[in-house]
Design a protein around this ligand. Structure first.
Ligand SMILES: Nc1nc2c(ncn2[C@@H]2O[C@H](COP(=O)(O)OP(=O)(O)OP(=O)(O)O)[C@@H](O)[C@H]2O)c(=O)[nH]1
Ligand SMILES: [Mg+2]
Length: 437
């Protein structure tokens, strides 16, 4: 039987915290998240600990005693990887690697590795590759999977020589330019798709939220899609878009995308900007929260921080509504407490369980009423010889009735939301001239 001692991907996870950082987050919860991230990278977690750092040492971040303690633990399990759940400078990372003789992955490195494991679409892969290049260039060394690939999994601890580093650096800069160009091309296509959607006047609803909040579970339930759902951090990386049928026979487009996390590496935000920015251009953003998670409030804060970073300075922020998910995991008492709390908020959140489906119909109704809130009903006479206006109204509104009128024309009663009404007016001004509303 294999034990953790023999595991080739055996790792020790350490979450360093200071008195200051402790104020904003609970070290044990942060450690659990780091373990979750390590599992998402298929590392075998041999041991995990929080480390109280009283004074940051510039060369190694942690002091000599802590390094010895880690060396002992690494030796005990013969683990070859140390996951350091914090931000290390390139020098600190290199020094720790030399002292401990293992590969050290800091939080950014860890998340980058997970992203490169998950990216499936061309765009996703290009974005991760760009982020990785930005990170590697700053470190002048390559990350471990790359070296493993190059050297068949052996000797990656040695680190490349200076000359190698110089040529690596040039090579990385060239690669970044090529990747950037390819990504631009994909972005242009994406923007054409968006323009076509706007022209068709189909509103866009984006799901955002902390990783593992249940976005994909909800997405699948609402659209009958088959996006991967897993109790794993960053299960989704590539965005998916599907039509969703709303009450009142209207449609919207729903998007599921990469989850957020605290301290999302800036390299990743930069590389994924195009994907993530789409969220800020949606007509409605549903912020899916795992309301049963003890860290729910902190996660909410982290998601809002990332959204703020993404949002163009002078752009209009889309309407945002919270979806409190995983209600089924709470006791009845807690469910009632949350319901009361929700009712008191100025924008009441929608309480659901994406798993059982409870509350999702209510969610769709809220979405429909937000998107099509101010509806107007008009009675309009349409010429029989030209069906373009009728087709348009079928697509963008709700035809309540349609009767034969004089001269073989049609008299229709139609419900349209305000935006659609404006567009109809612009497209068919002659028909709007004598309507009764
Ligand atoms: N009990 C319960 N579990 C849920 C619910 N919604 C989602 N889950 C579970 O939570 C885990 C994460 O769900 P996902 O839908 O993959 O979460 P996500 O937000 O898409 O996660 P990422 O793609 O990693 O950002 C899975 O194990 C789901 O089965 C819910 O309403 N109740
Ligand atoms: Mg997902």
């Amino acid at each position: 039987m294999k034990t953790v001692q023999d595991a080739p991907n055996g790792a020790i996870i350490v979450h360093p915290f200071t008195r200051l950082s402790q104020r904003s987050h609970d070290p044990e919860a942060a450690l659990s998240e780091a373990i979750g991230l390590s599992c998402a990278l298929n590392l075998v977690v041999c041991d995990a600990l929080c480390l109280n750092v009283k004074k940051v040492i510039p060369a190694t971040f942690i002091g000599g005693g802590a390094i010895e303690n880690l060396a002992e633990r690494l030796g005990k399990y013969n683990a070859k990887i140390l996951v350091f759940d914090g931000q290390l400078t390139p020098v600190q990372q290199r020094n720790l690697e030399e002292r401990l003789q293992v590969k050290v992955l800091d939080r950014t490195g860890l998340i980058l590795e997970i992203f490169s494991l998950r990216a499936k679409t061309k765009e996703g892969r290009l974005q991760v590759e760009l982020a990785r290049i930005a990170y590697e260039r700053s470190r002048l060394v390559r990350t471990w999977t790359h070296l493993e690939r190059q050297r068949g999994g052996k000797g990656f601890l040695a680190g490349p020589g200076e000359r190698q580093i110089e040529s690596d650096r040039r090579e990385l800069a060239d690669e970044a330019i090529v990747l950037g160009r390819r990504l631009d091309k994909i972005k242009r296509t994406r923007s054409l798709h968006r323009k076509a959607r706007i022209k068709r006047h189909v509103p866009m609803v984006a799901l955002v939220g902390y990783t593992n909040a249940g976005k994909s579970t909800l997405f699948n339930r609402l659209t009958d899609a088959d996006v991967l759902v897993k109790d794993m951090l960053f299960a989704t990386l590539d965005p998916t878009i599907r039509d969703v049928q709303l009450p009142g026979r209207t449609k919207a487009v729903l998007s599921d995308t990469v989850g957020f996390i605290s301290n999302l590496p800036t390299e990743l935000i930069a590389a994924f900007r195009a994907t993530l920015e789409e969220v800020t251009q949606a007509d409605l953003v549903l912020h899916v929260r795992d309301i049963a998670c003890l860290q729910s409030e902190k996660q909410k804060h982290d998601v809002e921080e990332v959204l703020k970073q993404l949002h163009p300075a002078n752009g209009k922020m889309p309407t945002m509504v919270e979806v409190w998910n995983k209600m089924d995991l709470l006791t009845e008492e807690n469910q009632n407490f949350l319901r009361e709390r929700a009712a008191k908020l100025s924008v009441p959140p929608i309480l659901i369980s994406a798993e059982t489906g409870e509350g999702t119909q209510n969610l769709l109704e809220r979405v429909a009423s937000i998107l099509h809130g101010d509806q107007q009903t008009i009675i309009i006479t349409l010429p029989a010889k030209d069906s373009s206006a009728l087709n348009w109204l079928h697509q963008h509104g709700r035809i309540v009735r349609c009767d034969a009128a004089k001269n073989q024309d049609l008299e229709c009663e139609v419900t349209l939301d305000v935006a659609a009404m404006g567009r109809f007016q612009a497209q068919f001004p002659e028909l709007m001239a004598g309507i009764a509303s």
